[in-house]
Design a protein. Structure first.
Length: 228
């Protein structure tokens, strides 16, 4: 893990900017994980002779980049997990999608997971899924969206935007026709706000993708580009 990936570090938290394409935790592929990299980073940085504790309190899909919060103590892990369960954590994503979206919208669906994929379903099947988006800019047949999740379902942003007719660039599983670098998709966990597990202070973290996106300026930089 590179120093440039570290967003925040104290005795209780490690916050990193996850590159697209790396697993959060191990699976049947046996590929190296962000979790293992983070433990090695702490062990090396602090000269720990034994095992290093690290708690995983939330996840991102392998092809997705962005902010991941790790807990450095079991107490911090328990308190952070409770925040995620109670949905008191604010998570904002950036997505680059194919097509021209509306200026803003709220998507309310029901999502049913089947193995490695999820689907929009009707009736009482599946689980409620809600997100809110606003369009930051549009250019060359693409829309750059800011997305805030109100629920946290499997592949939720990917499924709901695709169902609306706007697949995320590079997300061939859900209908994209355009490639994205390094077999990743144009979905990034842009910011996250949590309460510090010990001080109780609100902490807000923001990060851009390591590999520059097209159409990824801040809102204040949009004046020279066609807005939505």
């Amino acid at each position: 893990m590179k120093d440039s990936q570290i967003i925040y570090l104290d005795n209780h938290l490690l916050v990193v900017n996850k590159p697209a394409g790396i697993l959060i935790q191990g699976d049947k592929t046996g590929d190296e994980t962000l979790f293992d990299q983070a433990k090695l980073y702490l062990k090396t940085a602090f000269g720990k002779p034994g095992n290093v504790y690290l708690g995983l309190v939330h996840r991102l899909d392998r092809p997705v980049s962005g902010i991941i919060v790790f807990a450095r103590t079991s107490k911090a892990a328990s308190r952070l997990s409770e925040q995620f369960r109670k949905k008191s954590v604010t998570k904002v994503y950036r997505a680059l999608v194919e097509g021209k979206t509306a200026e803003k919208g709220t998507l309310k669906d029901r999502i049913l997971r089947k193995g490695p994929t999820s689907h929009i379903v009707k009736g009482d099947k599946g689980k409620p899924a809600t997100l809110v988006y606003r369009c930051l800019q549009q250019k060359n047949g693409l829309s750059h969206l800011e997305v805030e999740l109100e629920t946290g379902r499997h592949h939720q942003i990917r499924v709901q935007l695709s169902h609306l007719g706007f697949p995320i660039v590079g997300d061939f599983r859900y209908g994209s026709k355009r490639e994205f670098p390094q077999r990743s998709i144009a979905l990034h966990s842009h910011s996250i706000t949590i309460q510090h597990p010990v001080s109780k202070k609100d902490l807000a973290f923001t990060a851009k993708p390591e590999i520059p996106w097209p159409l990824y300026p801040l809102a204040s930089e949009l004046r020279s580009i066609n807005s939505c």
